[in-house]
Write a protein that binds this ligand. Structure first.
Ligand SMILES: [Zn+2]
Length: 146
């Protein structure tokens, strides 16, 4: 792998959000100003073909990218702020497997994007976002009543 590709790979793996290629390029160019936008596009396409990263479509016509990982998650997109929240939901996973099975299929993958607006005036805080991701763990330690 060339140094420039290595830098782009690192920027992508450090990203906590879901950057598009322009944003990825801006970040990579801060490390090495010699990295061109064309190189960023070429590298992203290469990584996508190699399944190093996954392309996401959040409904605004811009392809976003994130590092391909083993752990599956879905996305909720705040259509007011553009913020993207990652979540997993066991019920949804099971439901989808059930739907596929009823149609005579074994599910091997899916994509789910929820488009939403925040309830009330304020968008969910970061703490609440974490709460969704950690919901299952919290439920165990939450001292629920019988
Ligand atoms: Zn994601």
């Amino acid at each position: 792998m060339t140094d420039q590709r290595r830098i782009i790979a690192r920027v992508l793996s450090e990203a906590q959000d879901h950057p598009d290629v322009e944003l990825l390029h801006r970040r990579a160019a801060q490390v090495d100003p010699g990295i061109s936008l064309a190189t960023a596009y070429r590298t992203v396409r290469l990584f996508e073909e190699a399944s190093i990263l996954e392309r996401r479509d959040f409904g605004d016509g811009r392809a976003r990218y994130e590092e391909a990982k083993d752990d599956h998650h879905d996305h909720l997109i705040d259509i007011q702020s553009g913020r993207v929240i990652e979540f997993t939901n066991e019920q949804i996973e099971r439901l989808q497997q059930g739907v596929a099975a009823e149609l005579g299929y074994r599910l091997v993958g899916h994509r789910l994007e929820l488009y939403a607006v925040p309830i009330g005036k304020e968008a969910a805080s970061d703490a609440e976002t974490q709460g969704i991701a950690k919901h299952k763990r919290a439920a165990h330690s939450g001292g629920g009543e019988k």
